[in-house]
Write a protein that binds this ligand. Sequence first.
Ligand SMILES: [Zn+2]
Length: 497
Amino acid sequence: MAEPGGGRETADQFAVVIRGGRVVDPAQGLDAGRDLAIEGGAIAAVGTDLRGRTVLQAAGCLVAPGFIDLHSHSQSVGGHRLQAFDGVTTTLELEAGAIPVAEAYARAGTEGRPLNYGYSASWAAARIQVLAGHRGDGRATTMLSHFADPAWQREATAAEEDRIVGLLEAELAGGSLGIGVLVGYAPGTSLGEYLRVARLAASSRVPTYTHARDLVDFAPDARMDGAEELVRAAAETGAHMHYCHVNSTSLRHVDRVLALVDRVRREGAVVTTEAYPYGAGMTAIGAAFLAPQRLGERGLRPTDLVYAPTNERVRDADHLSHLRATDPGGLCIVHFLDETKASDAALMRVALAHADTMVASDAMPLTWLGAPADEAWPLPPSALTHPRTAGTFARSFRRLVGEGTLSVAEFIRRASLLPAGVLAAALGGAARKGTLAVGADADVVVLDPDAFCDRATYEASTQPSTGVRHLLVGGTPVVRDGALVLDARPGRPVRRS
Ligand SMILES: [Zn+2]
């Protein structure tokens, strides 16, 4: 029999208890009504009748490890807040990466971030520095502003390749989470250079994250088929090759690409995949594959592009050339697939539902019509982005779980546990994330499965998703009772030691 007394009662209380939700944690095979207790930023107990000094009600809600987004370029307070309402607790810039990563981490630390964050070493920024002479400052927007410069897209000499690889080695020593390889934006790159970068990743025991080169199906002049190149690097070097947004780089050839991935996986290569549930992409208008003479490769016309800084549809080839010349880093929406067409919607579903494909957003930086107001909430209508920034996870949930393709537990596995595995590979040890096991970081999403729904559209791209009731990062609420905690900046750097 327990002794009565104030001391004992205090000792039995946890800092935070999330009460009465359906706790879904695929890592533990747990899917049951439970309370979840948090102490010192970590999961302290999973049980029943737990008592807390702060109690968050979760009746009718799913309680899951917060989603881990391996692919987000939206590394700002406003971008993080949009992702918080989409269930994300850790958001990582791995595909493009940063150089120097030290500057990117320092800036995020000084400004404060609602969500956990981290960066890979940027192969593209290393190339821009070596081949085009522009030093990086750790910002994605600076890198994008040099995207149209053909100097960084050409084949490197042996000496230049040495310098590019040397820069990446230094960035890996500085704690970055692997190497981001935007090879699809630098068509002159040799296969040899790509394999060398993969070898560096393999010997450093970190993953790479690739935006693949064009497929020969639509770009017969490509130096190499993008999918073949990626799986060959995995097979030949032993590197963990993460295949970014397999939906948008495969388009109508997604079956062929995924069959190739499956084949090398069966042979023992480590290739992981991710997808987002939208038919349009977003990138710098100066990207090589958006040159007017190359649009036809993807079946695009200039009018399939919407230029974000003015939110206007591109009129014709001359208009496109003008925008590419005057603002090569300006972001634009590119309507690749028509989501209203059943055949195109089916392609997106194939990519998303394929075995072990993770949900990842490719969230974009906010583009501002006028002066930036990143700290404002709700975001004013002068902020534009791709709807995937705000809605990827809710939309995937609605498509995959709501329409009966995946179970809730399988969705959580793809949104939290599998990306935590990639992160563990990058960290060289357990990530302490992607699970609600006792001792794990208290990154938790509490969402109403009936209300979890994306609201962002191409016309209103910064509408937050609905249905997240609470979202905790390291045990601190960023969303509480459905509302943003305005001063919450509990995000911590995720970085190799
Ligand atoms: Zn990409």
